[in-house]
Design a protein around this ligand. Structure first.
Ligand SMILES: Cc1cc2nc3c(=O)[nH]c(=O)nc-3n(C[C@H](O)[C@H](O)[C@H](O)COP(=O)(O)O)c2cc1C
Length: 325
């Protein structure tokens, strides 16, 4: 898949997830075949003020290119300035979040609130494109309010303003969080624009990835929650699409090595204490695929140091290795 001037090695991407898609997890997913990953969303306002915590969220590693940085904003000038800063920070793509459903974000006119106003979104995208040397993309919802689909209009206007790809998560920002995504909206957007359309939402297995391609005609598929605790879903989906056969889950030794790498990354990024606490949340997802996973996860809920983590790995998952840096 090609996104503007950026050629990707495949057509599967890791969708952004706040509190999950920091570089330790992104790198693991990239190695399993995600052709592109996006940072967690940051507010353009905070980026323009260069708030250290915001810059920290945008940390990435040299081997992560191509990488997309995601912002949210309700203001064209501010979004444009933030896009310029993402360029300065070395991002290969700049993505505008038009989907965040959090109440405070909607009240501020950002994220999913943009779906309500395609004309305003068009102005924001145009301003970003004018200030960005790298391609600008958008990630949109079906619409803001349940039943009021604006995705097609939004995608048309964003592409008209210079966005070079549209990622569509076809749920509404308000009032329908529990409903399944409506993939027919991805197909409608695909028919309406000539830029690549990346479908997203409701992928649980590699088989769903194949189904989304065939049912919607999308150019790429973005996976979010299904990659958490099973980043090998990218390898499985890629193998399934290429050969028609579903590759097996990697062996326990590989899973253990991934856990150790993920942990080492989180502690490098956040320090031992916070990284360890963050790993608790990750371990319960990995546990589902692990032999002894339940016992391992129970042990990890109580850990607070690297020594505790390595002990739990050694006790339940076999000999502990030194975490990779
Ligand atoms: C914990 C969590 C955090 C998320 N954070 C972001 C974000 O920062 N930016 C964004 O565009 N979408 C975010 N999303 C939405 C996902 O990218 C994706 O659109 C959604 O989860 C549907 O895809 P899935 O069914 O594969 O999970 C988040 C979703 C979750 C569950």
């Amino acid at each position: 898949m090609r996104i503007g001037s950026v050629a990707l090695a495949g057509n599967l991407t890791l969708a952004p997830m706040a509190a999950y898609t920091s570089w330790p997890f992104r790198r693991i997913c990239r190695r399993f075949g995600a052709a592109l990953a996006t940072t967690e969303v940051v507010k353009a306002r905070d980026l323009v003020r260069r708030i250290p915590a915001t810059l920290h969220i945008l940390d990435y590693q040299p081997d992560e290119h191509p990488i997309a940085g995601q912002i949210m904003s309700a203001d064209p000038a501010e979004a444009a300035e933030a896009a310029a800063i993402l360029n300065e920070l070395g991002f290969d793509l700049v993505d505008l979040n038009c989907g965040c459903p959090k109440r405070r974000i909607l009240t501020d006119g950002m994220g999913g609130a943009l779906s309500e106003s395609p004309e305003h979104t068009e102005r924001i995208v145009a301003a970003m494109v004018a200030r960005s040397k790298v391609p600008v993309t958008v990630k949109i919802r079906a619409g803001r309010y349940r039943g009021k689909v604006t995705a097609v209009e939004l995608a048309r206007r964003a592409a008209g303003a210079g966005a070079v790809a549209v990622c569509v998560h076809p749920r509404f920002a308000e009032g329908a969080a529990t409903l399944p995504p409506d993939w027919t909206i991805i197909a409608q957007v695909k028919r309406a624009v000539s830029v690549p359309v990346i479908g997203n939402g409701g992928i649980h297995t590699a088989l769903d990835v194949r189904r989304m391609f065939s049912e919607t005609g999308c150019d790429g598929v973005a996976i979010a929650q299904a990659a958490v605790g099973k980043p090998w879903i990218f390898m499985q989906a890629e193998g399934l699409l290429r050969t028609g056969e579903l590759p097996p889950v990697p062996p326990q030794e590989t899973l253990r090595a991934i856990l150790l790498e993920h942990y080492a990354g989180l502690t490098a990024l956040h320090g031992e204490r916070r990284g360890t606490i963050m790993m608790r949340k990750q371990s319960c997802h990995y546990a589902k695929a692990l032999v002894n996973g339940k016992k391992f996860n129970l042990a990890v809920t109580k850990i607070s140091s690297t020594a505790d983590f390595l002990r739990a790995v050694e006790e339940y998952l076999g000999p502990a290795a030194t975490p990779a840096s």
